[in-house]
Write a protein that binds this ligand. Structure first.
Ligand code: NIG
Ligand code: FE
Length: 429
């Protein structure tokens, strides 16, 4: 006698499970093994996965009035995006053209402050409406869990407003709110660094009510190791987890900060040393790489100025990515969705760029965008892979294999999305 499922996805050309330990899949050898099932099926009851295997195996045990034919298609876990700045206002396309053409370089800091002033003057309703539109796009592109951090308020009250709005968002995507206490220092005419840090420390008890994580930026354009440790330690006392913007523009001691604070994740890491990656591996901090930032900042193509070509800023990123993997810790990928350095809401784009720019393998990329990203949000136990007992966060793709999803690029290849077993998005062709 077969049991009855709410629905079964059957006859997938390929079902990729991304199976691994709740703490994430680590080490080059294991990362390069990716479980795929030909003619795969997955059965769902009450929002959870109850069976996975070949269609023959699953249909021998389960039946349903809703069998969804996945013939010729890939089925995968939902994508997890562990770093975004969801709430902001205004856009930065004009400064971007200057960067591309090398006509009038615009500093990263100036850019952030522009977004800050636009965000501060936007109404709650405007911010929420834009966030919803972005979330709809993310979902249609396959993101089912999203970390969303503040960062464009840059004073305690403005950051707390963004945090409250983020925590109040209702969407099919599960949102994990983070308070970005230390993004970049405020302009000196606005307030001193010391006053800014004191103000953020004072805001932490309220932030802890709404946010699961507190984020600090350990970077030459951000804050010092000591500044990050003082804010991070207080956040930990208040029960918050820690995330770190680390070493994007130089070695700012990001790995040290992450280890001392036992951070759940440290992101960017462009200038992190081999020893830094190894110590994060030991501390259990997930190292998150952001290829869409490298791409959008044109860091791997030659600089151009007045018609002549110069060196690329970061031609070493493939070796950096290899260093991250070889250190033996858990490595994830993310969009870092923001208006300045990464205006893409799509984890598909991130997957495609991780191969093209960072030279990661298909298997590595799939682990890094699913289970490992979930592990960095402390959610590897209930999502990130297609395994019995986990949430039914599932994607039905327009393409047939996990490799095609990375080999092809420039269009949305996700067809249907389920979050906790609920049909969440059907993407028009
Ligand atoms: O990547 N730490 C710095 N940069 C931010 C975004 C910068 C911007 O808005 O230009 C980030 O998270
Ligand atoms: Fe960021």
């Amino acid at each position: 006698m077969r049991q009855t499922a709410d629905f079964i996805l059957v006859h997938a050309h390929e079902l990729v499970t991304c199976k691994g330990p709740a703490s994430g899949t680590a080490g080059a050898e294991v990362l390069n093994q990716l479980e795929t099932i030909a003619d795969g099926a997955v059965a769902v009851v009450g929002g959870n996965i109850v069976a996975v295997g070949s269609s023959e195996q699953v249909l021998a045990q389960w039946e349903s009035r809703q069998c969804i034919d996945a013939r010729g298609r890939l089925v995968s876990p939902g994508l997890v995006d562990p770093h975004s700045h969801l709430l902001f206002s205004g856009n930065r396309y004009a400064e971007y053209e200057s960067r591309v053409t090398g006509q009038a370089p615009v500093g990263i800091e100036g850019g952030i402050h522009f977004s800050v002033s636009r965000t501060r003057s936007a109404s709650d309703a405007e911010l929420v409406e834009q966030a919803r539109t972005d979330l709809d796009v993310m979902l249609a592109h396959g993101t089912t869990t999203l970390e969303a951090k503040t960062g464009y308020g840059l004073d305690a009250q403005a950051e707390l407003r963004l945090l409250r709005l983020t925590a109040g968002l209702q969407h099919a995507i599960e949102i994990v709110p983070t308070f970005l206490a230390l993004h970049v220092p405020p302009p000196p005419q606005e307030k001193s660094r010391g006053d800014f840090i004191a103000e953020m420390l004072a805001a932490l008890p309220e932030a802890a009510v709404y946010a699961e994580y507190c984020d600090v930026t350990a970077d030459p354009i951000g804050f010092t190791v000591d500044e990050c440790l003082s804010v991070g330690a207080r956040a930990r006392e208040l029960g918050m987890g820690i995330r770190v913007h680390a070493d994007q523009t130089g070695d700012g001691g990001g790995a040290l900060v992450a280890c001392q604070l036992q951070a759940a994740g440290a992101d960017h890491l462009d200038y992190t040393s081999e020893a830094g990656f190894r110590s994060m591996a030991e501390a259990g901090t997930v190292a998150t790489l952001l290829p869409s930032v490298t791409y959008h900042m044109c860091e791997m193509t030659p600089r151009i100025h007045k018609g002549s070509l110069g060196a690329a800023d970061k031609p070493f990123m493939p070796l950096l990515a290899r260093r991250a993997v070889d250190a033996g810790g858990v490595v994830a990928l993310s969009t870092d969705y923001n208006p300045g350095t990464s205006p893409t809401p799509s984890m598909q784009a991130v997957m495609q760029l991780a191969a093209r720019l960072f030279r990661l393998s298909y298997a590595e990329i799939w682990h890094m965008c699913t289970l490992n990203a979930a592990a960095s949000l402390n959610r590897g136990h209930d999502r990130g892979s297609i395994e019995v007992g986990k949430r039914a966060d599932l994607l039905l793709w327009k393409v047939a294999t996990h490799g095609m999803a990375i080999n092809r690029f420039g269009y949305n290849m996700v067809d249907r999305v389920w979050v906790e077993g609920r049909a969440a998005a059907t993407v028009p062709a």
